[in-house]
Design a binder for this molecule. Structure first.
Ligand code: FAD
Length: 577
């Protein structure tokens, strides 16, 4: 056995696994200028292995921040809706194009292509995925993690790193090496899938995902960017595991006989065929000292909700900026703990909801299936329920409101009385109501259009933020700008920029055209203020992962600074002065 000691023993982060989650994490860390290594024991996944094909809206927002959105859109196919059919009729149609987000659709993109575009992006940033390099051992000691890697030629490399993130999939060796169990249910269901050319007896819109519900099993259809159709069927409970491709295809064809209304006459030239069992499991913690688990290494569930890969990529987005602050010596244990505190309840909820949806969609008792169909059909006609279903389908319902890491400040009764007594501006009941309809601390920060920047051009908010890895501070002057108060708000922005500029990008949002002053944005149509409930002055601190970390009405410096001290730890004074 050859021993080789790395020259890069002080690498801050080692990412184990270059699936979609590890690649997203490495890309996010790179965006935050955190040096890292990413290793994978296997060759790149063949493009033809489509696997997770639905890229949802928040992942697309992550892609925009990383600068890979355009490539993804060019390579993918847009699904503008999702329909569910039963008893020979359409039960539900979810209009994804009515989602109130910048990318109101699901992007169908083969997982192999998603991975390839992230690998290429990393290469453009000077980071190469090291493969085949396998993690075979790890130990933690004080503030270090020692990892043992095996290279293709048998060399063994000992690496010391500050943080190690296991993105190494459902059979995670990282999870195994740190002795963590993976509680849940084994083999909840078995699926067969094929990416094939289809001979149709009828025409289906190919910008939709179609799901057919029958007591004998489920059928899901969607057209992939390559032009072939992705067909997924559930298999009978007593179906033995088979590997032979022809046998799987025959099985799929047999299952299709239960779905004559799908109008599939014949299947041809399969690009990829597979069966798979998916268990339903979640780890109890996602952080163990300086080792973190993300993606399938931490949670797995049935693909029926189409959220496995997306949820894992959101883990990565959540973790990266926290590691980045820690690497800079900012933020205490609470910051790292918040990864588990924020992500774990969400993945537990995803797994629980997926199990429920799976049970509901796969009802085998004909009478129960009829009742379900009738209920779904009725519920769909209720606007609020349809909106909720649409957002849930697109994984657009999750937030971090429960997080110990977010906060907000509104005027207390005493402060309100004091403001009145001193003829200072104070929010009316209407202003408070308006603010209560803006995003709460922990919510995803919404995008807005028609914002004029210093160059005099119109931009979307997310474009202005671009791939900037800092927090963003939006100080809204409100609709009734008063010269004296405006001057004070300018001073808040200037102070924050000078003191925290390396961590926070600051903007003063004006409702009237200003004179192109530094840091100002002109909300030319009022959309930005409307979306943030900012008819009265207020401020929002948006985190690098696109969620509101803190907000206050009125816009006050003191509560904001108190929040930042909590977030960044005591060291902030030393680091930034
Ligand atoms: C057949 C199939 C169909 C699927 N369909 C869907 C779908 O329609 N929708 C959906 O959302 N999800 C689907 N999934 C699930 C989806 O593919 C996963 O959720 C997603 O791949 C998880 O990404 P990940 O990066 O966490 O893990 P993985 O993609 O599993 O990546 C883990 C990586 O870690 C590497 N690795 C493992 N051990 C080591 C080690 N010791 N050292 C170094 N590297 C290591 C592996 O080689 C691998 O590249 C499907 C999965 C399968 C198998």
């Amino acid at each position: 056995m050859t021993y080789f000691h790395t020259a890069q023993s002080s690498m801050p982060v080692l990412v184990v696994g270059a699936g979609p989650v590890g690649l997203t994490l490495a890309a996010e860390l790179t965006r935050h200028c955190v040096p890292c290594r990413i290793i994978d024991k296997a060759a790149p996944r063949p493009i033809v292995e489509s696997r997770a094909v639905g890229v949802h809206t928040r992942t697309l927002e992550t892609f925009e921040r990383l600068g890979v959105l355009q490539t993804a859109l060019e390579q993918g196919r847009i699904a503008r809706g999702a329909s569910f059919y039963g008893d020979g009729q359409q039960l539900v149609h979810l209009r994804l194009d009515e989602l109130d987000v910048p990318y109101p659709f699901s992007l169908l993109l083969e997982q192999g292509k998603t991975e390839r575009l992230l690998v290429e992006h990393l290469a453009s940033q000077g980071l190469t995925v090291e493969r085949p390099v396998e993690l075979i051992a790890l130990t933690q000691e004080g503030d270090r993690v020692h990892a043992t890697l095996r290279h293709e030629d048998g060399r063994i490399e000992e690496v010391t790193t500050a943080y190690l993130v296991g993105c190494d999939g459902a059979h995670s060796i990282v999870r195994h090496l740190i002795g963590v169990s993976f509680p849940g249910h084994p083999h909840v269901g078995q699926y067969a899938l094929a990416d094939v050319d289809v001979e149709w007896d009828r025409i289906w819109p190919d910008d939709q995902i179609h799901t057919f519900l029958r007591p004998e099993g489920l059928l899901i259809l969607g057209r992939l960017p390559s032009g072939v159709w992705r067909i997924v069927v559930t298999l009978p409970d007593d179906q033995a595991r088979i590997e032979d491709k022809q046998a799987i295809l025959a099985l799929i064809k047999h299952q299709l006989t239960y779905h004559p209304d799908a109008g599939i006459r014949e299947l041809h030239t399969p690009l990829w065929i597979s069966t798979f069992h998916i268990s339903s499991r979640v780890v109890e913690h996602m952080r163990y000292g300086r080792v973190f688990l993300a993606g399938d290494a931490a949670h797995i569930h049935s693909p029926e909700s189409g959220q496995g890969m997306n949820a894992g990529m959101q883990d990565a987005t959540n973790l990266a900026w926290k590691l980045a602050l820690h690497v800079r010596g900012l933020g205490g244990e609470a910051l790292l703990d918040s990864y588990h505190a924020e992500r774990h309840p969400i993945v537990v909820e995803i797994v629980r909801t997926t199990e429920l949806v799976e049970r509901l969609l796969e009802l085998k008792q004909p009478l129960a299936a009829k009742v379900r169909n009738a209920t779904l059909s009725l519920a769909w006609h209720v606007d609020a329920i349809e909106r909720q279903m649409r957002n849930a389908f697109a994984a657009n319902t999750y937030n971090y409101r429960h997080s110990p890491l977010v906060g907000e400040h509104t005027q207390s009764l005493f402060e309100w009385w004091y403001a009145i007594a001193n003829t200072e501006p104070y929010p009316s009941a209407g202003d408070r109501f308006d603010f209560s309809h803006g995003p709460t601390a922990g919510d995803r920060a919404p995008d807005a259009r028609n914002i004029v920047t210093q160059d005099g051009q119109l931009h979307r908010l997310f474009e202005i933020w671009g791939n900037e890895a800092r927090h963003h501070l939006l100080v809204f002057a409100g609709l009734k700008e008063q010269p004296q108060r405006l001057e004070e708000l300018r001073q808040i922005v200037a102070f924050m920029q000078s003191r925290y500029g390396t961590l926070i990008q600051c903007h003063l949002v004006l409702s009237q055209q200003g004179n192109n002053e530094q840091f100002s944005l002109w909300d030319s149509t009022g959309e930005l203020s409307r979306r943030y409930g900012a008819q009265f002055e207020c401020l929002y601190l948006v985190r690098p992962d696109g969620y509101v970390g803190f907000r206050s009405q009125p816009a006050q410096l003191q509560p904001l600074e108190a929040f930042l001290v909590g977030l960044l730890g005591k060291s902030v004074e030393l680091t930034l002065n």
